[in-house]
Design a protein around this ligand. Structure first.
Ligand SMILES: N[C@@H](CCC(=O)N[C@@H](CS)C(=O)NCC(=O)O)C(=O)O
Length: 216
């Protein structure tokens, strides 16, 4: 059965990007359905998914899986040969820790630097909360580079990379200067064919969500 991934606008929906990237990097063939967010029909379309009124949602036959982390875990479990978590148990625990940290934290980063793939040259005020979030991301990326010396956070692509992909895009949009120890990461991510595909699709979307147009 061919999976169906329901996502939001590619330009703005960071949670959608996470689930989509997991499937793409795992080379799983899937269909895509896009629900445009923040429009008159959005609530009804999200309701019709029969889940948490949020995207992404993954449909596997009769099954509905929602929330990007649950989707990533389910894909990892159903396609074990794709090795979406590191094989080494300690590395895997570390990857899970930073993925969960991203999933439940970084409120200032989310609020003050919304993902806006096609926007460039935006500037935001670095509040204390935002600076703390950015410092923490830099520490995580630097630590992974130091410990595993790979281009992806844990050597090969893992779910942790999907968790941090939208953050790397935010660094680009808002022109955040990164130390060399962390700058490798957005560079690597942007080189991936999957990310190029996502960005090209975001570029041609016509919807504008004013709330997410920050820093002009
Ligand atoms: N924790 C959820 C968050 C999902 C979420 O907040 N998705 C946003 C889009 S990025 C959404 O569907 N918002 C509903 C709306 O804008 O009406 C996940 O990881 O999937």
């Amino acid at each position: 059965m061919r999976p169906l991934l329901v996502i939001g606008n590619k330009n703005y929906s960071s949670w959608s990007l996470r689930a989509w990237l997991v499937l793409r990097e795992a080379a799983i063939e899937f269909d895509e359905q896009r629900i445009t967010l923040d429009e008159p029909g959005t609530a009804e379309a999200l309701d019709a998914l029969g889940a948490a009124r949020r995207v992404p949602v993954l449909k596997l036959g009769e099954e509905t899986i929602w929330d990007s982390l649950a989707i990533a875990e389910t894909v990892a479990e159903r396609w074990p040969d794709r090795r979406l978590w590191p094989e080494d148990a300690q590395r895997r625990a570390h990857a899970r820790s930073i993925s969960a940290e991203m999933h439940s934290g970084f409120a200032a980063l989310r609020e003050q630097m919304p993902m806006n793939c096609r926007a460039m040259g935006r500037k935001v005020t670095l509040t204390d909360e935002l600076s703390q979030d950015l410092d923490r991301v830099i520490a995580i990326w630097s630590d992974c580079r130091h410990r595993y010396n790979g281009d992806w956070l844990f050597g090969d692509f893992s779910i942790a990379d999907a968790a941090y992909a939208p953050v790397a895009l935010r660094m680009r949009t808002y022109g955040i200067n990164l130390p060399e120890s962390a700058a490798y990461y957005p560079q690597r991510l942007l080189q991936s064919a999957a990310m190029q595909e996502w960005l090209a699709a975001a570029e041609v979307e016509i919807e504008v969500i004013e709330h997410d147009e920050v820093g002009r």
